[in-house]
Design a protein around this ligand. Structure first.
Ligand SMILES: [Ca+2]
Ligand SMILES: [Ca+2]
Ligand SMILES: [Ca+2]
Length: 736
């Protein structure tokens, strides 16, 4: 679902009131003064949910899962394919699995592929030979007391078609099919060990086990045969350990989170966690997962289906459910503690809630990275079979089967991320590199693999020699504030980053020394001017740049959650970060005014200083209206109140005479075009520039200001409405 849009001429009035989506945790355009998140902190911003699939009456759709894979489009540009499946079978042990799969080729926005009911279901990963391997939850059959047949799915055409194969699993323990149907349940992560073998998690109950245990199987032949490798967790604190989610942490540890059930009664209990520092051989003693919530309320008492992901930006995410559907983050990427836990979806029957609190949504679901700072979350509205019986009533949503998805943006410190890929697509940023090796079956391995927002293994620029260079020509000179680097995942390598304004003289800004990265690692840069950035990578094998991010002092809105108030802005009415009507990047700030009694505005308040330089880009796309841009005084007063008028003239307001004084003729800044505006202000006067040309020097709008304390964007007035402006690349500096 799109945010409310205030449309232009001829469109009916659409009031941009707050979209209260209740339990989904997302709101739309703010109509009461609202502050954005901390620009230097870790922020989780949810989008509203939408329906992926709604079955016909009487057909089940629930227990969805999602995985994402890097690929390229017909133009060779990187894209994320999101592969989503759900179950349509009854939730009883005897039911055969009936699964439906759909694909998105635009990072989870649309699922145009049609429903494939032959691809099967399971836990999928991309192998390093370019094929995609999935292993199903329930084995095909037991061979003998030490071996069984797993159902696997393999695609060699990028997930278009899957071939069903049976793989052999062997254990040195004893399988007892009378205690555990078909030996094991595969659940739910399939990933590479550091030595290049594949690991797979499953749970089972061997003879002598009072309760379920969770284990790892290992394959060294691309998933054709598997052998028991290690135990992750046996029964602990009288709790079974199963349904384990595993992710590799930012320091290379493996982190596991388990669904647990208490004793003989097998009552679902709270999630437990443990970790391995030796790639899965040995594990710490499981203990309850530590999580704090965004609201400060207690965490939920129980949980199932933990799914953990290390995002490219180094933050780890976890989703789980029952009751409801949840997400939390581990900002340091270690997965040791979780914070900002929040609901993503709620549907249970209010009428019977005293004893049917876990009815409605099953709480089963998953999430996967679709960008450096974004995950796609999926879940269901009703658990198959038992979630929404006709005898329940008062559901938050309704009692129908439905598969939903939503985006959750998870951002770390810094709002100045330069959209290298977006600007490259618009031919504003160029890449030159010696790391241009290609692998026919891994099209994402290419020079653009280093800026595609993915830290999957093959999503990289790869060289042929041990040392390679990767030079980015930016669209302007930036003051670099931070750089993020991911080198060959899991292997030691080193890199230097140099900056240049002329392409001739280079200045080193980052020297990593030998590091081993599993996601982006960030390095602060002390505002070094850069039009050119050169990364030199030295690897023990071939130079390998998995991902590069650059940050500058220009607020780009690229590292801000979409649909939320821009981070760092306060007192906001009508402004949010948006991903459409963009120019040469993928995020902008949208400022609208749908109210006859309010003025749209967004303030950035900074410590009062005697000087302020301020530059931004703006476009007016609605009715012709006045776009206000104001240098705030020390008390928030309009020290310099300026505007691009509805007639396209820049003007300055005199707060004493109460008149607008034009600085340019009409149409100097016409509508529906991007313009760059710059203000160089002191306490005495301010020079105003339009698209690089000075249009005049003005006296303060409010005489007597003793400091310049930030900036403000505004719409025409309280009475006026239909204002619609786009803002990007805001840079404010207070020179000495
Ligand atoms: Ca990449
Ligand atoms: Ca932008
Ligand atoms: Ca208004």
């Amino acid at each position: 679902m799109r945010k409310v849009r205030v449309l232009g001429a001829g469109a009916a009035l659409v009031a941009a009131t707050v979209l209260v989506l209740g339990p989904s945790g997302a709101v739309g355009t703010p109509d009461v003064p609202t502050n954005g998140g901390d620009p230097d902190g870790y922020v989780v911003g949810q989008s509203p949910y939408s329906t992926v699939y709604e079955p016909p009456p009487g057909v089940i759709a629930g227990n969805p899962s999602v995985d994402t894979f890097d690929e390229v489009d017909q133009a060779g540009l990187p894209r994320k394919r999101a592969q989503l499946f759900w179950g349509s079978n009854e939730d009883v042990a005897s039911a055969a699995s009936v699964a439906s799969m759909v694909n998105s080729y635009d990072g989870g926005h649309t699922f145009p592929s049609g429903v494939n009911q032959t691809a099967g279901a399971g836990w999928f990963t991309k192998l390093r030979d370019g094929s995609i391997l999935g292993v199903e939850f329930i084995p095909d059959s037991v061979i003998d007391e030490h071996s069984l047949k797993l159902v696997t799915r393999r695609s060699t055409d990028g997930g278009k078609t899957y071939r069903r194969e049976l793989a052999t699993f062997t254990t040195d323990k004893t399988l007892d099919p009378t205690k555990f149907d078909r030996g094991i349940r595969v659940h739910r992560d399939l990933f590479y060990a550091k030595d290049g073998s594949l690991l797979l998690t499953y749970y089972t109950r061997y003879p002598g086990d009072p309760l379920f245990r969770s284990e790892l199987a290992r394959s060294t032949d691309n998933g054709r045969t598997w052998t028991r490798f290690a135990t992750i967790a046996t029964q602990t604190d009288n709790r079974s350990m199963g349904e384990t989610g595993v992710a590799r942490a930012a320091n290379g540890d493996l982190v596991a989170v388990h669904r647990t059930a208490l004793g003989a009664s097998s009552t679902t209990d709270w999630l437990y966690t443990n970790r391995s520092g030796d790639d899965g051989r040995t594990w710490t003693t499981p203990k309850p997962v530590e999580v704090t919530t965004a609201t400060g309320e207690a965490r939920p008492p129980t949980g199932i289906m933990p799914v953990l992901r290390l995002l490219p930006n180094g933050i780890m995410t976890m989703t789980w459910g029952r009751p409801d559907n949840w997400i939390a983050i581990s900002p340091d990427g270690l997965g040791a503690r979780w914070e900002q836990a929040q609901l993503t979806y709620v549907n249970y029957p209010r009428v019977n809630q005293a004893f049917q609190r876990s009815h409605g949504s099953s709480g089963n679901g998953a999430h996967a990275a679709v960008g450096s700072n974004r995950v796609l979350v999926v879940g269901d509205n009703c658990a198959p079979s038992w979630g929404c019986p006709e005898t329940d009533a008062g559901f938050h949503t309704d009692g129908n089967y439905r598969v939903w998805k939503k985006f959750v943006d998870v951002v770390g410190p810094g709002t100045g991320k330069i959209d290298l890929l977006g600007k490259h697509i618009k031919k504003k940023v160029a890449v030159q590199t010696t790391m241009d090796a290609r692998a026919p079956r891994l099209p994402e391995m290419s020079p653009l693999g280093a800026v595609d927002g993915s830290t999957e293994w093959a999503s990289a620029a790869v060289g042929r020699q041990r040392t390679g260079t990767y030079t980015v020509t930016l669209d302007r000179t930036y003051s670099l504030t931070k750089a993020g680097l991911s080198l060959r995942p899991g292997e030691p390598a080193e890199a230097t980053i140099e900056a240049s304004v002329d392409g001739t003289t280079w200045r080193p800004v980052v020297t990593t020394g030998e590091i081993t990265t599993y996601a982006l690692r960030y390095y602060d840069v002390a505002r070094v001017p850069a039009k050119y950035v050169r990364v030199t990578v030295t690897d023990r094998q071939a130079a390998y740049l998995n991902e590069l991010e650059l940050y500058s002092s220009v607020d780009s809105f690229e590292n801000d959650p979409v649909g939320q108030v821009p981070r760092g802005y306060t007192n906001v009415i009508g402004a949010e970060v948006s991903d459409f009507d963009v120019d040469d990047s993928r995020h902008i700030m949208r400022l609208v005014d749908a109210w006859t009694d309010k003025t749209g505005r967004a303030d950035r308040v900074t410590p009062a200083k005697p000087k302020q330089d301020w530059e931004f880009r703006v476009n007016s796309v609605g009715y012709a209206r006045n776009f206000g841009f104001t240098v705030l005084g020390e008390q928030g007063q309009p020290a310099y109140q300026l505007r691009v008028g509805a007639d396209g003239a820049l003007a300055r307001y005199d707060t004493v005479a109460r008149v607008w004084q034009p600085l340019t003729p009409a149409n100097a800044a016409p509508q529906r075009k991007w313009h760059t505006i710059k203000v160089v202000a002191t306490l005495e006067h301010a020079e105003v520039f339009l698209n690089g040309q000075s249009v005049g020097t003005v006296a303060p709008s409010t005489p007597g200001s003793t400091g310049l304390g930030g900036h403000s964007f505004t719409t025409t007035s309280a009475a006026s409405q239909y204002d619609h402006f786009l803002i990007d690349d805001v840079e404010q500096d207070n020179p000495a």
